[in-house]
Design a protein around this ligand. Sequence first.
Ligand code: ZN
Length: 327
Amino acid sequence: MNPLRLAAVAALLAASTQAHAYVRSTTDVGNPGAGTCLWWGQRTVSFAVNATSAANPPNRAACPDCAPCQDASAAASLVAATLPTWSGATRAGESQACTDFAFQSAGTTDKVAVGNDGVNLIVFRSGQCQDTSVVPQNDACRNTVGACAAKYNCWEHDVTGTIGLTTVSFNGKTGQISDADIELHGWNGHNPPNGSYFTCAESPSCGSAPYASSPLPTACAYVDVASIALHEAGHVLGLDHTCEYAAPYDSCTAGSVMQPTIPTGQTRRALDADDVEGVCTIYPRGAATLTCAPVAGKSSGGCATGGGGGLLAIAAALLARLRRRRS
Ligand SMILES: [Zn+2]
């Protein structure tokens, strides 16, 4: 290759590096600059939804107005209708989707256990597993990671500001994904709350403290199920957070679905240009999946709401802010 041609190629590479802000998940969890990228071998990924707890906080008897998402079928339908948004990723000026990656609904399920079992699950949790009113103190499930969540459909993760968490199972050498499950951290029914007051309406905003009003609002947006499901589905297909890591992974646009936080009352139900580039770069329509060079295990990433503006990468800081907003 002569020097001129080499320079042109280098310039092209530089331009394409600056053109996007999406970040790919890798086998080195939380370190997008290391490991090998995660990807699906097939273009159609099915998912099953368990939303039975979406309208049933554990202490519902003490909270008869608690119906965060009207009912379970409304929540499940909204999730099923939302995931195909990724399949419709279309670049500006183009009329056809630039990817042929597709999420396919396998209906609803009563399954609650997460793991590499061939079922890509989206499950609403409610109540904290560590709460003894949810899981008896002497229950043997407390001795096994994941067992209490599987028995009581409770939230077992200890990051209380986290809204959703996606567990991706992959081949540690190739990065090929074999299973991905989404857990959504629903409200426990208490006030002050633990977990998120999920809503299904896109607008208007519920305001700052729907938990405190009576009757509780249902036709408004607080923690929008569709926005959270769309974000977590981005993790399922192999995208990591924008604006969470050091340069060159620290840029994002205001509407990016893959930002790690979302202010309460806001919705992000549409892909922005970076999200579109992400899915279309990995799974370009009619062309080979873009893998990247270079370990076994699981990747878990928590996502949370942020109050007001700005982005917060640390769930603990986020929780403190939410508590202040509720007080
Ligand atoms: Zn996330």
